[in-house]
Design a protein around this ligand. Structure first.
Ligand SMILES: Cc1ncc(COP(=O)(O)O)c(C=O)c1O
Length: 360
């Protein structure tokens, strides 16, 4: 994901606006900031680009997941369904919210299988956290339907597929809330940053407060703000937001380059025996930040990744061997290892995570 390859004058200009005022905080200091509100500007630009009613930027994609879970009312005793091919931030955020991650297998989209989700829903299921992995989408229409039928909240982790769409509608805008990440290795970066997007004013209001210790942000005096509920400091700084403002303007160019590159490689690989491409429910909407294909066996996949790397074809991963994104070696999560007791320990749940059976 190439945002960091495209840092230039545009980012420098936005950051200098902030440095010239010295106002690094997104709230307050109205006179000193000389009209620069970078976090707000980034939110407005995201709303427009993604065609969503509300965007709230925060300190990371991980913070955005926690905030979206909070806004969905996920807490102690709840279950959250999520895939075993994602980033550890998702199960971590679920556990820190006091809930239990329930892993459900993926399908050939590399995202949650809607039928497997439906079978895993229990009376304790509060939310389904679908992850649009590696640039492309889940069968999101089917997941929307499953969640609607069972009255379960749908949250979309769109950290890896910014700019992706399903039949023209932005990924991240199908559920009650969507999350984005602008960390250093995302499609666009601001160093560290994230966002929650939603059409629901109630979700927005909770996220807006939750990311800033529950402040209601109604007045001009922070000391006089009311607090509806507790929160955290998940605020983004104006310096980071400034980089994001410049990067978002580059998103369409990035998507165009990625899509051209992806097309080139698909044409090149299409005739190779054994290569099967990942399913995309709407190929037009693939953000094309990755090209993912299957080989018939574990040995062949590992060997292909090794040989491509040896031939200096950079950035080829065999995901099964990746400890960040794939559950195989997430022993700390499966054994619920935490510096202190979690709500799930108190509840005495045997999580069943140690013997996950996720063949796909
Ligand atoms: C799928 C997914 N979700 C969430 C995150 C967390 O984002 P951040 O690094 O901004 O906290 C990432 C980051 O890699 C991710 O890939």
């Amino acid at each position: 994901m190439p945002g960091f390859e495209l840092i230039g004058e545009e980012e420098r200009k936005e950051v200098m606006d902030v440095l010239d005022t010295g106002v690094f905080m997104r709230y307050g200091f109205d006179a000193a900031r000389k009209g620069h509100w970078k976090a707000r500007q980034l939110e407005e630009a995201l709303q427009e680009r993604l065609n969503v009613r509300y965007a709230h930027v925060c300190s990371s994609g991980t913070a955005a997941v926690s905030s979206a879970l909070a806004a969905s009312g996920v807490g102690a005793g709840d279950e959250v369904i999520l895939p075993p091919f994602t980033f550890v931030a998702d199960p971590e955020a679920v556990l820190l919210a006091g809930a239990l991650p329930v892993f459900v297998d993926i399908d050939d989209t590399l995202c949650l299988d809607p039928q497997a989700v439906e079978q895993a829903i229990t009376p304790r299921t509060k939310a389904v956290l679908v992850v649009h992995m590696c640039g492309s989408m889940a069968r999101i229409d089917e997941l929307v339907e499953v969640c609607r039928r069972h009255e379960v909240t749908l949250i979309e982790d769109n950290a890896q597929a910014l700019g992706g769409t399903f039949h023209g509608k932005s990924l991240g805008t199908f559920g009650e809330a969507g999350i984005l990440s602008f960390d250093y290795v995302k499609t666009i970066t601001c160093g560290e940053g994230g966002a929650v997007i939603t059409d629901d004013p109630r979700v927005y209001e909770i996220v807006d407060a939750f990311t800033d210790h529950g402040h209601d942000h109604r007045g001009k005096d922070r000391g006089a703000d009311e607090h509806e509920h507790i929160g955290a400091n998940f605020r983004i700084s104006e310096l980071n937001a400034a980089v994001g403002v410049a990067q978002l303007r580059k998103l369409d160019r990035i998507l165009e380059i990625q899509r051209n590159n992806q097309r080139f490689f698909i044409e090149g690989l299409a005739d190779l025996p054994h290569v099967r491409f990942r399913a995309a429910p709407d190929p037009e909407g693939d953000s094309a930040t990755f090209l993912t294909f299957f080989l018939p066996s574990e040995e062949e996949a590992r060997e292909a990744a090794r040989k491509l790397a040896a031939a200096r074809v950079d950035g080829c991963f065999y995901w099964y061997d990746n400890n960040w994104h794939y559950h195989r070696k997430w022993d700390h999560i499966k054994q619920l290892r935490s510096p202190g007791l979690l709500a799930v320990h108190k509840a005495g749940w045997l999580s069943g995570l140690t013997d996950l059976n996720m063949p796909r």
